[in-house]
Design a protein around this ligand. Structure first.
Ligand code: ZN
Length: 235
């Protein structure tokens, strides 16, 4: 463990929960930030405190270093975005090949607000779950974009602002394995039961891989990764 501190971009989904555990295993002080950007389904926001509570209750060795949570109102972003995550519209693809779930500028805005908060709170690093392997087609999840943001924030704040993206090169199966490495079966169960990824906000039935509609791109990624993880575990 280093004496550094971190602010984790924490949405309440699978990836950001693994990132939170990763940061708690590494840094002396860890805080979380979430964004209310007018997402159509409020379930992710509702799951955030539940995930944090389960970490505090079930994973004391990680929970020791878990500090404050911050929720930032970015409803302005939702109001200017016409996407499947912020409006009633189909999940499909635009002519430019990007899915309608892409919220233009989202990660850029998130990272800027996170950096401003980290500045005030004296937190030395940002951690985010961006991933380009199981690439959902989001250009703001590429490491190249994150590198450029790191540079812009470091220059613009005149303060080193490293951005860790531990999942950047991982498949979803590898992300499940990382969760197991960090917190054993306890963390894997916590992620299955409490985190939310489904684009349709479906939370009716618990599958082996968690709650969700099972059919949207986010559920498909999550369930396929789970199957691959489980078959690897018993191979
Ligand atoms: Zn779904």
């Amino acid at each position: 463990m280093t004496r550094e501190s971190a602010l984790v971009l924490f949405s309440g989904g699978q990836d950001s929960t693994v990132c939170l555990a990763w940061a708690l295993a590494r840094f002396e002080r860890v805080e979380t930030i979430g964004f209310d950007y007018g997402q159509r389904h409020r379930i992710e926001l509702a799951q955030r405190p539940k995930v944090r509570e389960r970490i505090l209750a079930d994973l004391p060795e990680l929970a020791d270093r878990l500090g404050e949570d911050h929720v930032v109102d970015l409803s302005g972003l939702g109001s200017i975005s016409d996407t499947a995550l912020t409006r009633e519209r189909e999940i499909d693809f635009h002519e430019n090949g990007l899915p309608s779930t892409f919220v233009p500028g989202r990660n850029l805005v998130f990272l800027t607000f996170a950096a401003a908060l980290a500045y005030r709170r004296g937190l030395s690093r940002l951690v985010g779950g961006m991933c380009e392997t199981d690439f959902s087609g989001y250009p703001d999840c590429r490491r190249q974009t994150i590198d450029a943001m790191e540079q812009a924030l470091t220059l613009g704040l005149e303060r080193a602002t490293p951005i860790d993206t531990p999942l950047m090169r991982m498949t979803k199966a590898a992300t499940w394995r990382l969760a197991e490495d960090l917190g054993g079966e306890t963390l894997v169960r916590l992620i299955v039961e409490e985190t939310h990824t489904c684009y349709l906000g479906e939370r009716g039935r618990l599958h082996s891989w968690g709650y969700g509609c099972g059919g949207c791109p986010a559920c498909q990624l999550r369930s396929r990764g789970w199957d691959e993880y489980v078959s690897g575990r018993f191979a």
